[in-house]
Design a protein around this ligand. Structure first.
Ligand code: FES
Ligand code: MG
Length: 582
């Protein structure tokens, strides 16, 4: 990307220097290169049939990156949202152009080998948005995402491009209902385990399957989509309250139009993502996601997004921030409520205000409103008194983060545990080792996994899987069998935001490159300790060295196509599993 054509950064101070810089902001810095002048007539000729008039060539062009698709309910409504964002741009004096990128659905591919494409899709989304934006010369972007990988994918592209940008979350699904109980996709995964264990009849599983997903929107608990939407809002890259609106609400449509207008304001002022996505903004994102009890995928995605914007973020930052941030939300998967319930009491803005007042958020961070976080929160009212979804600061569910980075002789470079406190803080058990996700799932459904087992699923890391499959089918089945408190699961793959129980993922180095997880044998004693932040096996260094001497690197599984390309390039999960080479 040519840096010479970038709009200059404008300072917030009203100094003569800042004023002079401001005066140099060119809202058409990218599109003018493509459409201005008589020698660009061919470009203009191509653009006329897609809706450009003479007047439009003088306006900033804004790419509207839509993740619309009929692949999944998470994204099936996004075309309407993209249209609204586009009209917001047009109303504010810009020219919006909608283009598409892909999505896949974890909820649909989960528990099959197809899931290997899931994390890979994050890179495809980022690469495709970057490609269209940079090639077509758009001056700004509104990206609208629905399913899990959409959000980090959009933000990675936005960060790489560093052009004025607003992210819009497609919104949460509303809960399904069955016998007076709320349902979502995780209810179905747990019902599969319950049926396999004869705890419910097949008829009941069918009823849950039929009612769990009532319409458009992203999975409804504080799973990965809602976690990332909340984190991105806290980071300042979406408008206030964008994360807490139902997919099928008027509020979501209003959010889209406002995002179109907001990006035009950023274009005019020359405010780019690098000015918003600072280290402090990443800390704000972590803080809010931890308080909400968010998904382990947060760690992977924030590391990747930080890399794309040139911020140094590491697992140690999650430990540092996590030590001071309490988990306050009683939200699914480990808690009782859904995102729709949180919306009813005011979304995440009152929580952010609480965290700001407690000194846990950086209020001076700039956001896409053009104002600081503190200014955005100035008029936010507290939650209503009679609610038990978000606890008070002095009455947390857990006094520090549920996302715990563990190191030890099983994960020398780190791993990420999700320990909400419901399961206790320590688990010790015997290893039951599986060399693939499929083999482990079969064993769990066949009831081969017993109380006291630590299920080890390996060769599922970024390179080894490739693509770090999520183990929601596995943890759902363990929960459904009533073994949630008696069995732990550790892997070099990862977990869905829907997973709960005693789980450790992202174990690094991964088995494929000879990490110690490759050396575990059935029956080894494994200890997971959230207090000492360790993941260890009771095997001597001498014995581990002997096992390592006999270890042979697994064969490359895919030789062609996107999985092969991904496996060849991807970095460790402790670095965000990104495909940039430097
Ligand atoms: Fe799309 Fe869960 S499968 S958000
Ligand atoms: Mg997922």
């Amino acid at each position: 990307m040519s840096s010479s054509s970038k709009p200059p950064m404008s300072g917030s101070k009203n100094t003569p220097k800042a004023k002079a810089k401001k005066a140099r902001v060119n809202p058409r810095a990218y599109s003018s290169v493509v459409v201005d002048g008589k020698d660009r007539a061919a470009s203009r000729a191509m653009l006329r049939p897609v809706g450009f008039s003479d007047a439009d060539f003088k306006k900033p062009q804004i790419g509207i990156a839509s993740t619309w698709s009929m692949v999944t309910p998470c994204n099936m409504h996004i075309n309407k949202l993209a249209d609204k964002a586009c009209s917001g741009v047009d109303l504010a004096g810009g020219k919006g152009v909608i283009f598409n990128t892909i999505t896949i659905s974890d909820g649909i591919s989960m528990g099959t080998e197809n899931m290997k494409y899931s994390l890979v899709s994050r890179e495809v989304i980022a690469d495709s948005i970057e490609t269209v934006m940079a090639c077509q010369g758009y001056d700004g972007i509104v990206a609208v995402g629905g399913c899990d990988k959409n959000m980090p994918g959009c933000l990675m592209a936005i960060a790489r491009l560093d052009r004025p940008a607003v992210f819009v979350y497609g919104g949460t699904i509303l809960p399904g209902m069955h016998n007076g109980k709320q349902l979502d996709v995780v209810s179905v995964f747990e019902a599969i385990g319950a049926e396999a264990n004869n705890k419910i009849p097949l008829k009941e599983l069918k009823a849950i399957e039929s009612k769990a997903i009532p319409g458009p929107g992203s999975c409804g608990g504080m799973y990965t989509a809602n976690t990332m939407a909340s984190a991105i809002e806290a980071m300042g890259m979406s408008l206030s309250n964008s994360s807490a609106q139902a997919a099928v609400s008027e509020h979501k449509l209003e959010d889209c139009e406002a995002a179109g207008k907001a990006v035009m304001n950023l274009v005019k002022k020359g405010i780019t993502p690098k000015m918003i996505m600072t280290k402090k903004a990443f800390e704000n994102a972590m803080t809010v996601a931890i308080a909400l009890g968010g998904s382990t995928n947060l760690v992977l995605h924030l590391l990747a997004m930080a890399h794309c914007v040139g911020i140094k973020l590491s697992l140690a930052d999650f430990t540092r921030v996590g030590k001071r941030v309490p988990m306050l939300a009683d939200l699914k998967p480990s808690g009782r409520y859904s995102m729709a319930d949180l919306i009813e009491i005011g979304g995440i803005q009152p929580l952010m205000k609480m965290l700001l007042d407690a000194g846990l958020l950086h209020g001076d961070c700039l956001t896409v409103t053009g104002k600081t976080l503190k200014q955005n929160l100035a008029k936010v009212k507290p939650y209503p008194g009679a609610q038990d979804i978000i606890r008070a600061m002095d009455n947390p569910i857990k006094s520090d983060s549920h996302l715990v980075v563990l190191k030890g002789n099983l994960s020398p470079e780190g791993s990420v545990a999700k320990i909400s406190g419901h399961e206790g803080l320590r688990f010790e058990g015997r290893a039951r080792v599986y060399n693939s996700s499929d083999a482990a799932l079969k064993a769990i459904l066949d009831q081969k996994v017993k109380k006291g087992d630590v299920v080890v699923i390996r060769n599922e890391g970024p390179k080894g899987g490739p693509g770090m499959q999520e183990m929601l089918s596995h943890t759902g089945a363990i929960m459904g069998q009533g073994l949630g408190n008696e069995v732990a699961l550790i892997t070099d793959g990862r977990f869905s935001g829907g997973t709960h129980g005693f789980v450790v993922g992202h174990i690094t180095p991964e088995a494929h490159v000879g990490g110690p997880i490759a050396l575990v044998k059935n029956g080894d004693r494994i200890t997971i300790d959230a207090k000492s932040r360790t993941l260890s096996m009771d095997v001597s260094a001498k014995e581990l060295a002997a096992r390592k001497a006999k270890w042979k690197a697994p064969k490359v599984k895919y030789k062609r196509g996107v999985l092969a390309k991904y496996a060849a390039n991807v970095s460790s999960a402790s670095e965000g599993a990104i495909t940039d080479q430097f």
